[in-house]
Design a protein around this ligand. Structure first.
Ligand SMILES: Nc1ncnc2c1ncn2[C@@H]1O[C@H](COP(=O)(O)OP(=O)(O)OP(=O)(O)O)[C@@H](O)[C@H]1O
Length: 337
């Protein structure tokens, strides 16, 4: 069973009313949801940039209303999500309910999403190895917080480079966490017929059977890591035989040429860190759910100052070789239920 645990001892400062924004305030802040302020549109609705009267920049997600939960549940969920605070999560500031309108108000994160950097021929140059390595560690910490360290257990279900926003200092912030729960059909259960996610990032057990868990987020994290270090999209067909990124990565690993996977512009980075990331990514995308590491283990592996990290990275090498499993390919993940 997956879900939030409501802490009965919460103080009342963060009650739903305190988080509620007036529709008119948001309308003015976004210049009546003008197309100039539109940042983009995702599966849950359009996102607008806005500025509050006190000068604070915000991002407003205007949810597609036909399937959003009723008012009490919606308020409850927003209240829970707003309590989640971590430097690697996009902060939810509040919400607005007005007739059919359901708006979510977030802190504005100025530097676009990670996909717009790593897959752009010019912008990718701003992300050297040290920056990418730090980004990977910070994303891992954000996910660990969602899975284990906050008061609620949250499974993101749609981790991907487009959902990682970057602040002025290129610190990553995970967006869209908990969103699936705001929609009426979601059952807060580990098995659901409604699959929310993005093909390529979703674990095989999720695409095939609708089964999600913290380990399905771990799978998506593994895909993210492999994309960040290779600069290749999960959907692209690469290598001599035109294989997908996961098959390509496994092939290089088995042939002992894992470092060839690394984006050529990153070659001056630390080989040790690169190997750690490759091993970590491959361990996460294993088809066998039980064999995937937890996010807590990932943090240990990726922490260069941790003795356990060094120990693990030496142990992980034979483990990953031993796996010798069938690599999940796109054909395996195409059967959406
Ligand atoms: N808090 C924010 N600050 C700045 N930009 C944001 C913020 N939230 C979203 N955006 C931008 O708005 C656009 C749309 O975001 P949204 O999360 O709705 O869509 P998506 O991630 O492309 O798709 P999906 O719904 O599948 O996750 C993205 O380009 C994103 O960069």
């Amino acid at each position: 069973m997956v879900g939030y645990l409501i802490d009965e001892d919460e103080d009342e400062d963060d009650n739903a009313e305190a988080l509620q924004f007036d529709f008119n305030t948001i309308r003015i802040a976004t210049d009546n949801f003008s197309s100039v302020n539109k940042l983009g549109e995702g599966g849950f609705g359009a996102v607008y940039k806005g500025r509050l009267q006190n000068g604070k920049d915000i991002a407003v997600k205007r949810l597609s209303t036909n399937s959003v939960q009723g008012e009490p549940q919606f308020k409850n969920e927003v209240r829970l999500l707003a309590r989640l605070q971590h430097r690697n999560l996009v902060r939810l500031l509040g919400f607005c309910l007005d007739g059919n309108e359901r708006l979510l108000i977030y802190e504005f994160v100025p530097n676009l999403s990670l996909d717009r950097f790593i897959f752009d021929p010019i912008k990718r140059l701003r992300l050297d190895w040290d920056t990418r390595y730090k980004i990977i560690g910070a994303i891992a910490r954000g996910i660990l917080y969602l899975h284990e360290d906050s008061r609620y257990r949250i499974i993101h279900r749609d981790l991907k480079t487009a959902n990682i926003l970057l602040d002025e200092e290129m610190n990553p912030k995970i967006s869209d966490f908990g969103l699936a729960r705001l929609f009426a059909n979601d059952q807060s259960q580990a098995d659901t017929g409604r699959v929310v996610g993005t093909l390529g990032y979703m674990a095989p057990e999720y695409t095939r059977r609708g089964h999600f868990s913290t380990k399905s987020d771990v799978y998506s994290f593994g895909v993210l890591v492999l994309e960040i270090i290779s600069g290749q999209k999960i959907h692209s067909w690469i290598g001599e035989d035109g294989e997908d990124l996961l098959t390509h990565a496994w092939k290089h690993w088995m042939e002992g040429t894992a470092l060839d996977l690394i984006d050529p512009i990153l070659r001056d980075g630390s080989n040790g860190e690169m190997m750690t990331c490759i091993q970590m990514g491959l361990l996460c995308v294993q088809e066998n759910v039980a064999k995937r590491p937890t996010m807590a283990l990932i943090i240990l592996i990726s922490n260069p100052s941790s003795d356990s990290g060094n120990l693990l990275s030496t142990q992980i090498f034979p483990l990953a070789v031993k796996i010798q499993q069938k690599v999940p390919t796109f054909e395996h993940t195409m059967c959406l239920i």
